[in-house]
Write a protein that binds this ligand. Structure first.
Ligand code: FUB
Length: 476
């Protein structure tokens, strides 16, 4: 623990010692001080009680220090407060709810980033159940609330006696870039990424994930200059508010496009009748503010009227033809394509058509043109399945038919990369380098024991074309 007053570190640990006046060994906490972790002051006894004591942790807050230690005789956690780190500075705080939790050890406490609330985690060693979280909004009160089992998830593997370092999203992004597995780029739970470069900055528009039944309502945008460090630019639309008059929730799978200095954000949402539709919102900058059109752009009712076969009207992606004409591709169960009007907020209905040849198609169809050929990619299987993957096909025409080639993105079980799909492909026109962004189940896989299909995270990898002009499968 860094001691601001003396500009040195207090190092402390538990030792069982027997002093001359003692009949047997007793657990006590000892300490030493250091400025450089090379030379240390002579160690001294820091905490001694009538009972055995081990596992002390200290939290500084508002000029005070809070000490949490395991009473090794009664097997519960005791709290003290001090106005300095000096050994004589601490007094006992009564914490009845915490003290009543027996059979625990290894306490660790941390503050939540965005609120005045702290979480104390204690290892339920006696029951062999790992950490139990307790919450408090007033460290000095000693009042804690036990979090019910149903309200927290520590993953399937038992977590015991570790430590928690609260970090911000930006810090997490920097850590991922420096020490990540080389695939994940965005911290937190997000899925269905769409990435575009506007001027000299990249922007990523994902689904906000982590909600049972994909019931999230918010869309966020992230920006980056290097595709590694992503800055959270905040919420751009919330379907849980009046932002989108026709939508009630299930904010899924957005896509972005720009035309004549305006930015067009396409997204899925459920209508009042519970049926998914695709909407569009417009902004003057890539990070908003976005203003949604009052009516959806694509509905199931409309598709039925136009004779288009489809399971759900979801998963938009935008393709702009060499002559500048914009197209919307979309669909679940069956895929379709339609030309957008110049205004980008309405479609030319008589250009709408189903796409054929997308082998095993489920959703998330995209297309790009390279070497005079159209390269179609789409997701297969269920997003909740570890086998969710991306298939690839080519065509001489934008409207198909498409010749199926092979899968280009599939799970790597050995590396714990499962459920890899719902991608976007983008390239840097200056370097002609293509990249694929996609989601996979949150790692480590043990973090969520169920609902992995709505606990997803975003990865990015290079996408290469072979000498034959075809996309090569991504090596995970
Ligand atoms: O994120 C919600 C849904 O899951 C998307 O619309 C699908 O493509 C699948 O990824």
């Amino acid at each position: 623990m860094y001691d601001e007053k003396t500009d040195e570190f207090l190092v402390f640990w538990a030792s069982a010692t027997q002093e001359p006046q003692e009949k047997e060994r007793k657990q006590k906490i000892y300490s030493a001080r250091t400025k450089d972790f090379r030379t240390f002051s002579t160690s001294e006894k820091y905490i001694e009680r009538d009972n055995h004591i081990i596992d002390t942790t200290i939290l500084p807050s508002a000029g005070c220090y809070y000490r949490y230690s395991k009473d090794e005789t009664t097997k519960n956690i005791r709290v003290e407060k001090g106005d300095s780190l000096d050994k004589g500075a601490f007094v006992t705080l009564q914490a009845p709810i915490l003290e009543a939790v027996a059979g625990v050890e290894g306490p660790q406490i941390f503050k939540f980033n965005n609120r005045e609330e702290w979480c104390l985690i204690v290892d339920r060693f006696a029951e062999g159940k790992g950490y139990l979280p307790l919450l408090t909004t007033d460290l000095g009160s000693g009042e804690f609330r036990i979090v019910p089992d149903s309200d927290f998830d520590m993953g399937t593997t038992q977590k015991r006696h570790g430590s928690v370092l609260p970090i911000t999203t930006d810090e997490c992004s920097r850590l991922l870039a420096a020490f990540g597995d080389g695939h994940q780029v965005l911290p937190g739970q997000y899925a269905d990424p769409d990435v575009a470069k506007f001027e000299d900055r990249y922007y990523m528009y994902p689904t906000t994930d982590g909600f049972e039944g994909w019931s999230g309502t918010q869309f966020k945008v992230f920006s980056s200059s290097d595709l590694q460090h992503w800055q959270d630019e905040g919420v751009i639309l919330d379907l849980g508010t009046e932002d989108v008059p026709w939508a009630t929730g299930n904010a899924w799978a957005p896509a972005i496009s720009s035309r004549n200095g305006k930015f067009y954000f396409y997204f899925c949402g459920k209508m009042l009748n519970g049926v998914s539709a695709i909407g569009v919102a417009v902004a003057d900058t890539p990070i908003g503010p976005f203003l949604a059109e009052s009516q959806p752009l694509i509905t199931m009712e409309q598709l039925k009227r136009l004779g288009i076969t489809m399971g759900q009207a979801i998963d938009p992606s935008i393709y702009v033809e060499e002559d500048g004409r914009p197209y919307l591709l979309f669909g679940n169960g069956h895929a379709a394509i339609v030309e957008l009007n110049e205004n980008m907020t309405s479609v030319l209905e008589d250009t709408m058509s189903n796409l054929s040849g997308l082998h095993d198609f489920r959703e998330a169809v995209t297309v790009l043109k390279r070497g005079g050929r159209y390269h179609f990619t789409w997701s297969c299987d269920d997003t909740g399945s570890e086998n969710y993957h991306v298939n690839y096909g080519t065509s001489e025409q934008l409207y198909g038919p498409i010749t199926y080639q092979y899968p280009i993105l599939s799970k790597n079980v050995e590396k714990g990369m499962l459920g890899t799909g719902h991608h976007c492909i983008f390239n840097d026109s200056e370097t002609d380098q293509y990249r694929i962004a996609y989601h996979r189940f949150v790692t480590p896989l043990s973090r969520f024991s169920s609902g992995k299909g709505y606990h997803r995270e975003i990865c990015m990898d290079p996408l290469l074309f072979g000498k034959d002009g075809l996309i090569q499968p991504v090596i995970l």
